[in-house]
Design a protein around this ligand. Structure first.
Ligand code: DLL
Length: 433
């Protein structure tokens, strides 16, 4: 169901008129209120008044994660602190977290966009949403929560962790929609099985999964194990949180970007050049409604492509492809570029292995080595050593064939790779230590 039929199905021309008007307002606010933006614009020799069409957006400078860090904690806020009603922060794997703020109106827009996203994922009034995204500084828990309430659904604010208890609550409360990271969804399936709870007998109809990369094969696996229909939801704290884009249940082919609130661009990460629709590159977002923390041409480092083709669901907003990696999670193994998602795709083709894996990169002498650790199913693990060794060889051969990189494959026992309650840690890069 389309939650906001008027805005989600706007014809392109009307949508662009709204985008332009909102863009002008946000540029003026950022220029007037945030010293960083004023300085950046002045260095580029441009003022908000010079932006006369949507295309002029391309003349504005980019904003990077480093810029946000340099202004830690509140330097990028565009409203006085007494208008800020909420603060979140992205954990970040290295260095300082990025701090973001929201006015009451920002929270209202975010709730609306999350209501749209949940609705696109199949939720509605009368649904019970089991929300296992973490509550706290992370935007996942509260973002989904406010959207669920706006939608008029019932939300169980279970947060992450205490997985045993979660599966009991699933059995007793009968939730119909599951929201969590895809890796946690698989973990829930495992723990349910241990507790002799069959997902087939639960009431789940749909799941709205995101916050970390996952593949099409991972979707199939989740749908099969959890007996629900899974869609992908994307977002990032700097731009808002979850609900920047989402797949629709009708097509499940690319994520609709809520373009009346965010303008997406794809750029060549090396040159900064804007790429046409269909080409793959780094996603860049400009927020055009946020008051407290506007971002202008924010470089996400996420890799995707934009697809303007009309969608069978009726939404007119452009779709982005599922994120295929990050410009900074690309591993360069002896000169070959490899994304963890590509390895995941190769692994998921192999029937005997489970969707739990970890990549370890080491440097021995001057040479990089990649070890792929992947779990095998209970059933396969009881096989003879010789059979397991052959399986390792087969996986290594496929990785070499599809990605051009040699990897050492290590099959590990079921349930030995650490499970995460939020985002899974897929790569351990010992080269940096
Ligand atoms: O992960 C917001 C979120 C919460 C999205 C719940 C979806 C559901 P951050 O912690 O700031 O925010 O992390 C943002 O996570 O730049 C991507 O690299 C990655 N990411 C988020 N969603 C997806 C997705 C939240 N669907 C960073 N597919 C982003 C792939 C994703 N990567």
């Amino acid at each position: 169901m389309i939650y906001n039929i008027e805005f989600e199905t706007l014809p392109r021309e009307a949508l662009e008129a709204i985008q332009f008007r909102r863009l002008k307002t946000v540029l003026e606010r950022a220029y007037a209120m945030v010293p960083f933006y004023r300085r950046k614009f002045q260095e580029a020799g441009i003022t908000p008044a010079d932006v006369k069409t949507l295309n002029d957006l391309q003349r504005l400078p980019f904003t990077t994660k480093k810029d946000l860090r340099d202004n830690y904690p509140f330097g990028m806020f565009a409203v006085p602190m007494d208008n800020v009603v909420r603060i979140h922060a992205s954990s970040g794997t290295t260095g300082q977290p990025t701090v973001v703020g929201y006015t009451a109106r920002d929270i209202a827009s975010w709730s609306e966009l999350m209501a749209r996203a949940l609705s696109a994922g199949g939720a509605g009034r009368g649904d019970i949403i089991h929300n296992a995204y973490g509550y706290g500084l992370f935007t996942g828990g509260l973002g989904i929560h406010y959207g669920a309430e706006r939608l008029g659904a019932s939300v169980i604010p279970i947060s992450g962790g205490n997985t045993r208890r979660q599966v009991l609550i699933m059995k007793d409360f009968g939730p119909t929609i599951l929201t969590c990271t895809p890796s946690y969804a698989l973990h829930l399936a495992e723990v349910a099985q241990e507790a002799a709870i069959d997902f087939k007998e639960l009431r789940f109809r749909a799941g709205i999964f995101g916050a970390e990369p996952w593949s099409e094969r991972m979707r199939e696996e989740i749908e099969r194990k959890l007996h629900l229909s899974a869609v992908d939801i994307y977002g990032l704290s700097e731009v808002m949180g979850p609900g920047v884009s989402v797949e629709c249940q009708e097509a499940k082919k690319g994520l609709h970007v809520f373009e009346d609130h965010f303008i997406p661009e794809i750029i060549n990460p090396e040159t900064g050049e804007v790429l046409p629709y269909g080409e793959t590159g780094e996603l860049v977002f400009t927020s055009i409604t946020k008051e407290a923390f506007p971002v202008i041409r924010y470089r996400t480092r996420d890799i995707s492509a934009l697809n303007p083709e009309p969608c069978i669901c009726g939404r007119t907003h452009v779709r982005m492809n599922r994120i295929s990696g990050r410009t900074d999670d690309m591993l360069i193994i002896r000169g070959v570029n490899v994304f963890p998602s590509q390895i995941e795709s190769v692994l998921m083709e192999i029937e005997e292995v489970e969707p739990h894996y970890q990549l370890m990169v080491d440097r021995v002498g001057n040479l990089d080595s990649l070890t792929v650790m992947v779990e095998v199913g209970e059933h396969a693990f009881s096989d003879e050593v010789r059979i397991l060794q052959e399986l390792e060889k087969k996986i290594a051969k496929n990785i070499k064939e599809f990605l051009g990189v040699s990897a050492k494959v290590k099959l590990v026992e079921p349930k030995t790779i650490a499970r995460s309650e939020g985002k899974a840690q897929r790569v351990i890069d010992n080269r940096k230590l």
